[in-house]
Structures are given as structure tokens and as C-alpha cells.
Design a protein around this ligand. Structure first.
Ligand SMILES: *Cc1c(COP(=O)(O)O)cnc(C)c1O
Length: 373
């Protein structure tokens, strides 16, 4: 059967591999599997949120409050914006979809870093947009500026900090760049890991209220999937000028998140103490990965997130490393599909990381023998 031709050009998003697959295919015991492939919060969900969901589970026969009044109210207070500046999505992924659907048509141009979140391109291509990428893998604003001058753009994506590499631009540099962007260009500032970056270095912190006030063509994206430990609940949000948010409502399906997701996000915002503790531990454990990489002679990218990307140069083949880890129950992310010989590992808990180092050493030792490296 023939489908929309634009889809011939579209890739399927490759998600991190699930625990169930490793049990099924490699016979590893579920309790021995370490999943550090999707940047989930390894400390699990706040016990307060879990308790709330258990109490509310009897409500699941009901449609959610489609106005999402309480969650929007909580977010508006947290960030000092109006409720009308906020839209909720099934993950911030869905907000990306809304924005592209609302702004793009065939031939629209979307500018982004060479190596960044895969969904920008996937949603863009569904609408027939042309994808423009800067030459460098990591965000480089001089390159963004040069390409913007040369080609123009309908949408610019800035992923701050960037997934899958982990780097993050300084707010001041971002603002200086935004000042040069035409107000008809939509700038999407994807801050899925901003909680981590702002904790590590205050120069990275972007405040959504400040951002949209200065730059009315910018939209801030946040998510509950990472620091707030609700990846399975699918809740994210966009913050922008009222006119932009109203437009996005036109492409939003009704009841786009569930009754329980809504309750979980509201409750998670009440337990900032939990989030803070997870972030502190994340950077304590991140140090161990940096030490590991240094001691084994691997280059890594300084990360402002809850993951770290290690490069293998020509020493090892990242897909082989990832596959061998998988067979031993350690799920990480191979970056071959991004054109890199590198792996991305979510920073786990102390015990998980200790095991990752041990298993990774074993795998590298074995690959050295097998591949005569
Ligand atoms: C995880 C992530 C998102 C969104 O995740 P959701 O679970 O859809 O909220 C968006 N952007 C980046 C860069 C991410 O890593």
C-alpha cells in the first residue's frame, strides 16, 4: 500500500533497549540487569509520588482534568509565569511534535546541531521540512549564526544541555545569539536536563520566564522524565508566550496525558528535596565515570546531564562494546546511529556503576583479544 511519500525519508526512533528484551534474548536474570540507556533517574520515583498514585489508582476509570488546571498552576508558580504560558504534553516529545506541526510545512527549514536529539529531525521530516545541521557535533553558536545568516530558518533547536553528548552552552551566549534571530523564527530551547546543568554550573541556568519575556519567539521545554523520575508516566511541558501556547492547543489531542500521570507530576513538584538529592548523587557518581575514562585512556565529553558520552577513537568499535555489555546484562546506548564511535551511559546508582566498570573492563579485555587490538 502507498503511504505519504514524506515518510519514505523518515527514520524510526531507536529507543533504549528494554530489560524484558535482555531477559528474553540473553537469559540474564531480571534482577542482574542494569539499564542505563535512557537517562532515567536511577534512584526511582519519589516514594511520596508512588504513595499518591497507589491512593489514586481507583480513579483511573475517569478521564483526566483536560484543563490540567492544578499542574499548570504548580508549574506557573514554580517558574513565575502565567498558567496561560504553559502547555502539557505526553512527554516534552509531544510538545516538540505540536510545535513542528504548528509551524512547519513542506520546505520549511529547521536548524540544529549536527549531533542532537533525534526527534527534532523525525517530526520535522514528517511535515516535509528541510533539516540543516551545523558542522560541529556539539553546539557551536558561531556556526548556528553563520548558517542562519546564509540559509535562514523557520525553527531553530537548541538542546541545553544536549542529548546525546552532554555539553551545554552558557545562558549569556545563548541570549546574545537569540538577540540576532528574527522574531518570525521559532526558537525551541529543549531543557530536558536543565535541572542537572543549573545545579552543576549556574552560568548554564535558563529561566523560562526570563527567556520568553526577552525573546517572545522562544519556547522553553521541560520534562518530568529525567530528574523528576517519571519517564514511564509521560509528562512534559512547554512554556511560551500566550499566543504561541494558544496555537499549540489547536493541534493538541484531548486528554493527552493520563489521570495518573497528571497526579504524579503534581505530586513530584511537591518533593523538590528528592530531586535535589538525586542530582547531588548524580554528580558524585559522574566523577567516578570521568576517573574511569581517564584511567582507561578514553576521551569523554564534560557532561551537564545525568549521562556521559565516551568516545573510542579507533581503539574499539562502539557497537561491539554495547552488544557485549548487553549480553552481560548491562544496557547502555551505542551512538553509531548518530555517526559516532561512542557510547552514552546514564549515570546509575553507586552499586550499578561499580558493576558497569567491572563488566566494561571484562568486555574491553575480551574485545582486545578477539579483534587483535
Ligand atoms: C528525554 C528527552 C526529551 C523528552 O522526553 P519525554 O520523556 O518525552 O519528556 C526531550 N528532549 C531531550 C533532549 C531528551 O533527552
Amino acid at each position: 500500500m502507498k503511504f505519504k511519500e514524506l515518510l519514505d525519508e523518515c527514520k524510526i526512533y531507536e529507543a533504549g533497549k528494554p530489560i524484558e528484551l535482555v531477559v528474553r534474548e540473553y537469559g540474564v536474570n531480571e534482577k542482574d540487569i542494569i539499564k542505563l540507556a535512557s537517562n532515567e533517574n536511577p534512584y526511582g520515583t519519589s516514594p511520596k509520588v508512588v504513595k499518591k498514585i497507589q491512593e489514586l489508582s481507583k480513579n483511573m476509570f475517569m478521564y483526566p482534568d483536560d484543563s490540567m488546571y492544578e499542574l499548570k498552576d504548580s508549574l506557573s508558580k514554580k517558574y513565575g509565569v502565567l498558567s496561560d504560558n504553559v502547555i502539557i504534553g505526553a512527554g516534552s516529545d509531544q510538545i516538540i511534535e505540536f510545535l513542528i506541526k504548528a509551524k512547519c510545512h513542506v520546505g520549511s527549514k529547521i536548524l540544529m546541531a549536527k549531533t542532537t536529539f533525534a526527534m527534532y529531525e523525525i517530526y520535522g521530516k514528517q511535515e516535509g521540512a528541510t533539516i540543516l545541521r551545523t558542522p560541529s557535533n556539539e553546539h557551536n553558536l558561531a556556526e548556528f549564526e553563520a548558517m542562519y545568516k546564509e540559509h535562514g530558518a523557520d525553527i531553530i533547536f537548541l538542546c541545553l544541555p544536549n542529548n546525546p553528548l552532554g555539553e551545554c552552552l552558557d545562558k549569556e551566549d545563548v541570549y546574545n545569539f537569540l538577540a540576532k534571530v528574527n522574531k518570525e523564527t521559532l526558537v525551541i530551547v529543549d531543557c530536558a536536563y536543565m535541572e542537572y546543568a543549573a545545579y552543576k554550573d549556574s552560568k548554564k541556568a535558563i529561566n523560562p520566564s526570563d527567556l520568553i519575556e526577552r525573546f517572545p519567539n522562544a519556547v522553553y521545554l521541560g520534562t518530568f522524565s529525567k530528574a523528576y523520575a517519571l519517564g514511564g508516566m509521560r509528562v512534559g511541558y512547554g512554556i511560551g508566550q500566550v499566543g504561541i501556547i494558544k496555537t499549540l492547543y489547536k493541534v493538541r489531542p484531548p486528554f493527552n496525558i493520563t489521570t495518573l500521570s497528571l497526579a504524579a507530576a503534581i505530586e513530584a513538584l511537591k518533593d523538590e528535596e528528592f530531586v535535589k538529592k538525586c542530582i547531588e548523587l548524580n554528580f558524585v557518581e559522574m566523577k567516578r565515570y570521568e576517573e574511569y575514562a581517564k584511567s582507561r585512556g578514553f576521551e569523554y565529553i564534560e557532561s551537564f546531564t545525568n549521562f556521559i558520552t565516551m568516545k573510542f577513537d579507533n581503539k574499539f568499535i562502539s557497537s561491539h562494546v554495547a552488544q557485549n555489555l548487553l549480553e552481560r546484562g548491562v544496557i547502555i546506548r551505542d551512538l553509531t546511529s548518530y555517526g559516532l564511535n561512542a557510547i552514552r551511559i546514564t549515570i546509575g546508582r553507586e552499586d550499578q556503576n561499580t558493576k558497569v566498570f567491572k563488566v566494561l573492563d571484562e568486555v574491553l579485555e575480551q574485545l582486545k583479544k578477539e579483534e587483535n587490538l
